[in-house]
Write a protein that binds this ligand. Sequence first.
Ligand code: ZN
Length: 221
Amino acid sequence: MFEYQHIDSEGNSIDLPVGKIVCVGRNYLQHINELDNAVPSAPLLFIKPTTALCELGQSVVIPKNLGPCHNELEIAVLIKKPLSKVTSQEVAAAIWGIGLGLDLTLRDVQTALKKQGHPWERAKAFDLSCPMSQFVDVNKVENFTDLDFSLHVNNELRQLGNSQDMLFSIVELLANISNTFTLLPGDIVMTGTPKGVAPLAVGDALNIELKAHFSIETDVV
Ligand code: ZN
């Protein structure tokens, strides 16, 4: 049964519906290079359905027998007010808060789809493909352009990111996205992953941290 709800830093549910997840691909140069992709001239967008969401603090479930499932740890932005065709200046008032999400990716499936020119949903939008942290109230976030976050797998650093390394900033992304998809209260925007994508394995212990805000221990099953 689908039970996800957005939660705040105290673990209380946030009074917003659960909406779509708009994801950004190729937003960190070093990650673009590690997969040998081209640098986009506009944000690369795709969508995950609500059924992709689950709570990150519970075990991360990876699909079996479909090839490697990669970690992509990303800053997630929870939307509280409708955003449609807005400018960067109008974005800030629509943000509820900031969290971290995993954009789980079946890499071999994605590579095969890319070769055929097909959409990526089978590789990225499957059930439970978007484990999501709690959200930190935007009033407690000092600077969107200097957020440090990290993923450790079995106590080894795998991904280390800072939002200042984004090709398109959080505010630029939301304004740009709102010109294609209206963002509604309860929607989430995933802002791209830094370098360090690699396969997760059953039994891996994960530590996921948004510096100065929270640290989550979970595992892979
Ligand atoms: Zn991603």
